[in-house]
Design a protein around this ligand. Structure first.
Ligand code: HEC
Length: 165
């Protein structure tokens, strides 16, 4: 008799549970899409551009550059002229444009890295971890410039140094 009662009770619980589950299923709201991933991406996006790495010389023809203690203003002027014809289409010095703001870039990157970035952009954005990271952060916007000579690239570095605060 005990057994029969037990089975009846078990069946009752089972069927109740079944009903409860059905009810729960009917009322369950559709899964909300979580914005968590986008947040993480945005946070990661800031990292490479603001990262300071003065050791990395990049990949390209420039292995070592002599930098004076003070800014060579004549060279900086030459760099400014070249910058204003070749780079301003995509770069501003004080704020983000198509590419990053370059006013403080000499405090974040070595002169060699900057020159290699300018003279050897395609390989840099493919192989240099930092350039690759920034390229991803700018949604793969491609930096294309007319070929830049070593003299002009060096002059640009001097111009950018003159902007350092
Ligand atoms: C067609 C647009 C375009 C032109 C023209 C251009 N750039 Fe860029 N530049 C970019 C973009 C976009 C990036 C971000 C990285 C990438 O996508 O390759 C970039 C990145 C850079 C960086 C790395 C910045 C950082 O925060 O480390 C430097 C340095 C740079 N450019 C210098 C120059 C100089 C100097 C010139 C002129 C000779 C120039 N660029 C011309 C679009 C351009």
């Amino acid at each position: 008799m005990k057994n029969v009662l037990f089975i009846a009770l078990a069946l009752l619980i089972f069927s109740c549970g079944d009903k409860a589950e059905k009810k729960k299923f009917e009322y369950s709201a559709p899964k909300a899409t979580t914005p968590v991933e986008t947040t993480t991406k945005t946070e990661a996006a800031i990292a490479y551009e603001t990262l300071v790495d003065l050791e990395n010389k990049g990949i390209g023809p420039i292995k070592s550059v002599e930098i004076g203690d003070t800014v060579d203003m004549d060279l900086a002027k030459k760099g400014e002229t070249f910058f204003n014809t070749t780079c301003v289409a995509c770069h501003k010095t004080d704020k983000k444009f198509i590419g990053p703001a370059l006013g403080d870039v000499t405090t974040k990157r070595s002169p060699e890295w900057i020159m290699n970035m300018v003279m050897n952009t395609a390989e840099m954005t493919k192989k240099d971890p930092l350039a690759k990271g920034i390229y991803e952060e700018y949604n793969k916007a491609v930096m294309i410039t007319a070929p830049v000579s070593e003299d002009n690239a060096r002059a640009i570095v001097e111009y950018l140094r003159s902007l350092e605060k």
